[in-house]
Design a protein around this ligand. Structure first.
Ligand SMILES: NC(=O)c1ccc[n+]([C@@H]2O[C@H](COP(=O)([O-])OP(=O)(O)OC[C@H]3O[C@@H](n4cnc5c(N)ncnc54)[C@H](O)[C@@H]3O)[C@@H](O)[C@H]2O)c1
Length: 251
């Protein structure tokens, strides 16, 4: 039997990209998945494609919507074993030219959103001795031009992961983070023109030189599935880099 068989799972931002791949892999391995996204059509498509247990949409910046979505999820699943905090946005801008509103916006989604969802879900995860996987980024461990505020949000998410893990260990809840390099999703597609303009290097060449290839959403789903499973029973408060070696190299 798969280690994810019958696990009750809620994935934010699972209408597309990495979240969709995570929801898909978990469902393939027997988990009961509730799909959630700000984009209701995308969530409905994912849910239908993977045979999800249900849909409970929310914009993670809206605490009332998050509370409702978690309550709907627990209603559908009868509890919650795994929360995957995947919803996130990118904003590409030279840091000190970024507007304050846009800086606030990315923190509202990537940091406050993850915090609010963890808070809403925690009583159910304590009840099941479940776990949380936060989708951070290598941008949380190293700096990247044009991604200053994004880097700061992902560093913050790693720190939330650490502290939540330590505080929740007595309750039997594990909390970990995954830090992907560049992966093949629409988020990266949106970044390519700005990166190429700034570096004068074709993005494909940069990726080949630094990562070997683009990551796939499935690469990230595999690590997420492992961390969410009982095989990772002694892993908490950790963040795992998967980037084809990008952060391992100084040159
Ligand atoms: N693609 C990469 O290279 C990469 C690398 C490292 C980390 N990440 C992280 O992985 C996560 C997923 O990224 P992706 O590449 O799949 O992005 P994506 O833009 O392809 O998909 C993101 C999904 O999140 C949803 N979403 C956006 N804002 C939301 C909100 N406020 N509330 C609920 N849902 C919302 C979108 O509708 C979309 O379905 C993000 O947290 C991102 O920062 C991505």
């Amino acid at each position: 039997m798969s280690e994810l068989q019958d696990k009750r799972v809620f994935v934010t931002g699972s209408g597309a990209g990495i979240g969709k791949a995570i929801a898909t892999l978990f469902a393939e391995r027997g988990a009961r998945v509730v799909v959630s996204d700000i984009d209701k059509d995308a969530a409905a498509r994912t849910a239908e494609q993977i045979g999800a247990a249900g849909v409970a949409n929310c914009d993670v910046t809206d605490e009332a919507q998050v509370l409702t979505a978690i309550s709907e999820t627990v209603g559908i699943l009868g509890g919650l074993d795994v929360l995957v905090n995947n919803a996130g946005i990118e904003i590409s801008s030279p840091l000190l030219q970024q507007s304050t509103d846009s800086f606030d916006r990315i923190f509202a989604v990537n940091v406050r959103g993850a915090f609010v969802v963890m808070k809403a879900a925690i009583e159910h995860l304590v009840a099941s001795k479940g776990n949380i996987v936060n989708i951070a980024s290598i941008a949380g461990v190293g700096g990247s031009p044009l991604l200053g505020s994004y880097c700061a949000t992902k560093a913050a998410l790693i720190q939330l992961t650490r502290v939540a893990a330590v505080e929740m260990r007595p309750n039997g809840v594990r909390v970990n983070a995954v830090c992907p390099g560049f992966a093949d999703t629409s988020m990266v597609d949106r970044l390519i023109p700005d990166f190429e303009a700034a570096t004068q290097v074709p993005f494909g060449d940069l990726v080949a030189a630094k990562q070997g290839r683009l990551g796939t959403p499935e690469d990230i789903a595999e690590l997420t599935a492992f961390l969410a499973s009982d095989r990772a029973a002694w892993i908490t408060g950790s963040h795992y880099i998967l980037d084809g070696g990008l952060t391992a190299s100084l040159v």
